[in-house]
Write a protein that binds this ligand. Structure first.
Ligand SMILES: C[S@@+](CC[C@H](N)C(=O)[O-])C[C@H]1O[C@@H](n2cnc3c(N)ncnc32)[C@H](O)[C@@H]1O
Length: 248
Protein backbone atom coordinates (compact mmCIF):
# COMPACT_ATOMS: atom_id res chain seq x y z
CA UNK A 1 0.00 0.00 0.00
CA UNK A 2 1.23 3.53 -0.83
CA UNK A 3 2.30 5.46 2.24
CA UNK A 4 -0.71 7.70 2.73
CA UNK A 5 -0.91 10.85 4.79
CA UNK A 6 -4.11 12.20 6.31
CA UNK A 7 -3.68 15.32 4.17
CA UNK A 8 -3.53 13.32 0.92
CA UNK A 9 -6.82 11.64 1.84
CA UNK A 10 -8.40 14.96 2.83
CA UNK A 11 -7.34 16.48 -0.52
CA UNK A 12 -9.38 13.81 -2.34
CA UNK A 13 -12.50 14.68 -0.34
CA UNK A 14 -11.93 18.38 -1.00
CA UNK A 15 -12.54 17.77 -4.73
CA UNK A 16 -16.07 16.44 -4.18
CA UNK A 17 -18.53 18.33 -6.44
CA UNK A 18 -20.90 20.77 -4.77
CA UNK A 19 -23.97 19.34 -6.54
CA UNK A 20 -23.29 15.92 -4.97
CA UNK A 21 -23.02 17.51 -1.51
CA UNK A 22 -26.31 19.33 -2.16
CA UNK A 23 -28.10 16.13 -3.24
CA UNK A 24 -27.25 14.55 0.12
CA UNK A 25 -27.84 17.65 2.25
CA UNK A 26 -31.18 16.62 3.71
CA UNK A 27 -30.60 13.18 5.22
CA UNK A 28 -27.67 11.67 3.33
CA UNK A 29 -28.42 9.05 0.68
CA UNK A 30 -30.57 5.90 0.43
CA UNK A 31 -28.28 3.90 2.73
CA UNK A 32 -28.00 6.63 5.33
CA UNK A 33 -31.76 7.21 5.28
CA UNK A 34 -32.79 3.59 5.70
CA UNK A 35 -29.87 1.91 7.46
CA UNK A 36 -27.45 4.27 9.20
CA UNK A 37 -29.44 7.28 10.46
CA UNK A 38 -32.13 5.32 12.35
CA UNK A 39 -29.46 3.36 14.25
CA UNK A 40 -27.35 6.45 15.04
CA UNK A 41 -30.40 8.30 16.37
CA UNK A 42 -31.50 5.34 18.48
CA UNK A 43 -27.99 4.88 19.92
CA UNK A 44 -27.79 8.60 20.74
CA UNK A 45 -31.15 8.62 22.55
CA UNK A 46 -32.64 11.85 23.86
CA UNK A 47 -30.67 14.72 22.34
CA UNK A 48 -32.20 17.74 24.00
CA UNK A 49 -29.54 19.91 25.60
CA UNK A 50 -26.79 17.36 24.86
CA UNK A 51 -23.43 18.42 23.49
CA UNK A 52 -22.61 16.32 20.42
CA UNK A 53 -19.50 16.32 18.23
CA UNK A 54 -20.07 15.25 14.61
CA UNK A 55 -16.52 14.13 13.84
CA UNK A 56 -15.77 14.28 10.10
CA UNK A 57 -19.17 15.85 9.41
CA UNK A 58 -18.86 16.13 5.61
CA UNK A 59 -21.71 18.24 4.21
CA UNK A 60 -23.16 18.52 7.74
CA UNK A 61 -26.42 16.66 7.11
CA UNK A 62 -26.14 14.70 10.36
CA UNK A 63 -25.16 17.80 12.34
CA UNK A 64 -28.34 19.46 11.10
CA UNK A 65 -30.48 16.42 11.94
CA UNK A 66 -29.05 16.35 15.47
CA UNK A 67 -29.42 20.11 16.00
CA UNK A 68 -33.07 19.95 14.87
CA UNK A 69 -33.61 17.32 17.57
CA UNK A 70 -32.31 19.63 20.28
CA UNK A 71 -28.58 18.86 20.48
CA UNK A 72 -25.88 21.51 20.71
CA UNK A 73 -23.68 20.41 17.82
CA UNK A 74 -20.09 20.97 16.80
CA UNK A 75 -19.06 19.65 13.39
CA UNK A 76 -15.42 19.03 12.53
CA UNK A 77 -14.50 18.68 8.86
CA UNK A 78 -11.05 19.19 7.30
CA UNK A 79 -11.88 19.19 3.56
CA UNK A 80 -12.47 22.74 2.30
CA UNK A 81 -15.40 22.12 -0.07
CA UNK A 82 -17.31 20.08 2.51
CA UNK A 83 -16.58 22.43 5.39
CA UNK A 84 -17.67 25.41 3.29
CA UNK A 85 -20.88 23.65 2.23
CA UNK A 86 -21.79 22.82 5.84
CA UNK A 87 -20.93 26.32 7.05
CA UNK A 88 -22.94 27.81 4.16
CA UNK A 89 -26.02 25.80 5.15
CA UNK A 90 -25.65 27.08 8.72
CA UNK A 91 -25.41 30.64 7.46
CA UNK A 92 -28.53 30.18 5.29
CA UNK A 93 -30.56 28.56 8.08
CA UNK A 94 -28.91 28.96 11.50
CA UNK A 95 -29.31 25.99 13.84
CA UNK A 96 -26.57 27.01 16.26
CA UNK A 97 -24.06 24.53 14.84
CA UNK A 98 -20.41 25.42 15.30
CA UNK A 99 -18.21 24.14 12.48
CA UNK A 100 -14.45 23.80 12.72
CA UNK A 101 -12.17 23.01 9.78
CA UNK A 102 -9.65 20.54 11.20
CA UNK A 103 -8.13 17.07 10.94
CA UNK A 104 -9.52 14.95 13.80
CA UNK A 105 -5.99 13.91 14.67
CA UNK A 106 -5.24 17.53 15.60
CA UNK A 107 -8.04 17.78 18.16
CA UNK A 108 -6.85 18.13 21.69
CA UNK A 109 -3.41 19.04 20.41
CA UNK A 110 -1.93 22.42 21.10
CA UNK A 111 -3.35 24.38 18.13
CA UNK A 112 -5.83 27.01 19.41
CA UNK A 113 -8.21 26.22 16.50
CA UNK A 114 -8.76 22.76 17.97
CA UNK A 115 -10.18 24.12 21.21
CA UNK A 116 -13.70 22.71 21.27
CA UNK A 117 -14.65 23.78 24.77
CA UNK A 118 -16.27 21.50 27.36
CA UNK A 119 -16.14 17.71 26.86
CA UNK A 120 -18.99 16.25 24.80
CA UNK A 121 -21.85 13.98 25.88
CA UNK A 122 -21.50 12.09 22.60
CA UNK A 123 -19.14 11.93 19.64
CA UNK A 124 -20.34 10.45 16.33
CA UNK A 125 -17.91 9.52 13.57
CA UNK A 126 -20.14 8.25 10.79
CA UNK A 127 -18.34 6.62 7.87
CA UNK A 128 -15.22 8.58 8.75
CA UNK A 129 -12.61 6.21 10.21
CA UNK A 130 -12.22 4.19 6.97
CA UNK A 131 -11.38 7.49 5.21
CA UNK A 132 -8.45 8.29 7.50
CA UNK A 133 -4.95 6.79 7.16
CA UNK A 134 -4.18 7.53 10.84
CA UNK A 135 -7.51 6.15 12.02
CA UNK A 136 -6.23 5.12 15.46
CA UNK A 137 -5.15 8.73 16.09
CA UNK A 138 -8.59 9.91 14.96
CA UNK A 139 -10.40 7.41 17.19
CA UNK A 140 -8.22 8.41 20.15
CA UNK A 141 -9.09 12.07 19.52
CA UNK A 142 -12.83 11.26 19.36
CA UNK A 143 -12.77 9.39 22.67
CA UNK A 144 -10.59 12.15 24.16
CA UNK A 145 -13.36 14.69 23.47
CA UNK A 146 -15.89 12.76 25.62
CA UNK A 147 -16.80 13.38 29.23
CA UNK A 148 -16.51 10.28 31.44
CA UNK A 149 -19.52 8.10 30.66
CA UNK A 150 -19.99 9.87 27.32
CA UNK A 151 -20.87 7.82 24.25
CA UNK A 152 -18.72 7.27 21.17
CA UNK A 153 -20.57 6.00 18.09
CA UNK A 154 -18.89 5.08 14.85
CA UNK A 155 -20.19 3.60 11.63
CA UNK A 156 -18.08 2.01 8.90
CA UNK A 157 -18.72 0.05 5.74
CA UNK A 158 -18.92 -3.44 7.22
CA UNK A 159 -15.31 -4.71 7.04
CA UNK A 160 -16.54 -8.25 6.28
CA UNK A 161 -18.72 -7.19 3.33
CA UNK A 162 -16.99 -4.26 1.66
CA UNK A 163 -18.12 -3.39 -1.88
CA UNK A 164 -21.19 -5.51 -1.21
CA UNK A 165 -23.52 -4.02 -3.83
CA UNK A 166 -21.06 -4.20 -6.73
CA UNK A 167 -19.90 -7.72 -5.84
CA UNK A 168 -23.52 -8.87 -5.52
CA UNK A 169 -24.38 -7.36 -8.91
CA UNK A 170 -21.51 -9.23 -10.50
CA UNK A 171 -21.85 -12.63 -8.80
CA UNK A 172 -25.32 -12.72 -7.25
CA UNK A 173 -23.51 -13.37 -3.95
CA UNK A 174 -20.79 -11.82 -1.85
CA UNK A 175 -17.22 -12.85 -2.56
CA UNK A 176 -14.01 -11.75 -0.89
CA UNK A 177 -10.44 -12.90 -1.43
CA UNK A 178 -8.54 -10.73 1.08
CA UNK A 179 -9.63 -9.74 4.55
CA UNK A 180 -6.78 -9.84 7.04
CA UNK A 181 -4.52 -7.31 5.35
CA UNK A 182 -5.02 -3.54 5.32
CA UNK A 183 -5.68 -2.32 1.78
CA UNK A 184 -7.09 0.57 -0.21
CA UNK A 185 -10.52 0.64 -1.81
CA UNK A 186 -11.04 3.22 -4.54
CA UNK A 187 -14.48 4.69 -3.97
CA UNK A 188 -16.19 7.19 -6.27
CA UNK A 189 -14.69 10.36 -4.82
CA UNK A 190 -11.97 9.21 -2.43
CA UNK A 191 -10.07 6.21 -1.10
CA UNK A 192 -11.29 4.08 1.80
CA UNK A 193 -8.93 1.94 3.82
CA UNK A 194 -9.91 -1.60 4.80
CA UNK A 195 -9.07 -2.88 8.26
CA UNK A 196 -10.41 -6.07 9.81
CA UNK A 197 -13.38 -5.85 12.13
CA UNK A 198 -11.25 -6.85 15.12
CA UNK A 199 -8.98 -3.83 14.56
CA UNK A 200 -11.88 -1.41 15.09
CA UNK A 201 -13.34 -3.24 18.06
CA UNK A 202 -10.02 -3.86 19.82
CA UNK A 203 -8.95 -0.24 19.35
CA UNK A 204 -12.08 1.16 20.97
CA UNK A 205 -11.68 -1.32 23.85
CA UNK A 206 -8.01 -0.37 24.28
CA UNK A 207 -9.08 3.28 24.64
CA UNK A 208 -10.95 2.35 27.81
CA UNK A 209 -14.43 2.20 26.30
CA UNK A 210 -17.09 -0.38 27.09
CA UNK A 211 -18.88 -1.54 23.95
CA UNK A 212 -22.60 -1.06 24.57
CA UNK A 213 -23.97 -2.22 21.22
CA UNK A 214 -22.87 -3.50 17.83
CA UNK A 215 -25.44 -3.09 15.05
CA UNK A 216 -25.48 -4.65 11.57
CA UNK A 217 -28.65 -3.14 10.12
CA UNK A 218 -30.45 -4.87 7.25
CA UNK A 219 -32.89 -3.32 4.80
CA UNK A 220 -36.55 -3.86 5.58
CA UNK A 221 -38.42 -5.93 2.95
CA UNK A 222 -40.98 -3.14 2.70
CA UNK A 223 -38.34 -0.52 1.76
CA UNK A 224 -36.73 -2.96 -0.66
CA UNK A 225 -40.11 -3.52 -2.34
CA UNK A 226 -41.01 0.18 -2.43
CA UNK A 227 -37.66 1.67 -3.40
CA UNK A 228 -35.54 -0.98 -5.10
CA UNK A 229 -38.15 -3.06 -6.88
CA UNK A 230 -37.76 -6.17 -4.68
CA UNK A 231 -34.58 -8.05 -4.00
CA UNK A 232 -31.54 -6.16 -2.72
CA UNK A 233 -28.22 -7.35 -1.26
CA UNK A 234 -28.81 -5.30 1.89
CA UNK A 235 -31.77 -7.56 2.70
CA UNK A 236 -29.37 -10.47 3.06
CA UNK A 237 -26.04 -9.06 4.24
CA UNK A 238 -25.11 -5.99 6.30
CA UNK A 239 -23.40 -3.20 4.39
CA UNK A 240 -22.70 -1.27 7.62
CA UNK A 241 -21.31 -1.90 11.05
CA UNK A 242 -22.30 0.61 13.74
CA UNK A 243 -20.75 0.55 17.20
CA UNK A 244 -21.77 2.40 20.36
CA UNK A 245 -19.16 2.48 23.14
CA UNK A 246 -19.16 4.33 26.45
CA UNK A 247 -16.07 6.03 27.87
CA UNK A 248 -15.25 4.85 31.37
C1 LIG B 1 -17.66 9.13 3.78
S1 LIG B 1 -17.48 10.80 4.28
C2 LIG B 1 -18.62 10.87 5.63
C3 LIG B 1 -19.06 12.26 5.95
C4 LIG B 1 -20.19 12.36 6.97
N1 LIG B 1 -19.81 11.88 8.27
C5 LIG B 1 -21.41 11.64 6.46
O1 LIG B 1 -21.79 10.61 7.05
O2 LIG B 1 -21.97 12.10 5.46
C6 LIG B 1 -15.89 10.80 5.07
C7 LIG B 1 -15.55 12.13 5.68
O3 LIG B 1 -14.36 12.01 6.46
C8 LIG B 1 -13.66 13.23 6.31
N2 LIG B 1 -12.26 13.06 6.71
C9 LIG B 1 -11.24 12.54 6.00
N3 LIG B 1 -10.09 12.60 6.71
C10 LIG B 1 -10.39 13.19 7.89
C11 LIG B 1 -9.62 13.56 9.02
N4 LIG B 1 -8.31 13.32 9.09
N5 LIG B 1 -10.26 14.17 10.06
C12 LIG B 1 -11.61 14.40 10.00
N6 LIG B 1 -12.38 14.06 8.94
C13 LIG B 1 -11.77 13.47 7.90
C14 LIG B 1 -13.83 13.53 4.84
O4 LIG B 1 -13.44 14.85 4.51
C15 LIG B 1 -15.31 13.24 4.68
O5 LIG B 1 -16.09 14.34 5.01
Amino acid sequence: MTRWTNQAAIDQWAAMPREVLAEMAQDGDFSKRHLVNPVLLRMLGDLSGRRVLDAGCGNGYLSRMLARRGATVTGVEPAGALFEFAAGEEEAEPLGIHYLQADLCGLGASQPAADLGEPFDAVVASMVLPAIPDWTGAMRACVGQLRPGGRFIFSVNHPCFEQLASTWREHGAYRVSEYLASYEIEERYATDFHRPLSAYLNEVISLGCRIAEVAEPGLSPQIAAEETGGDHPYLHLPNFLIVAADRS
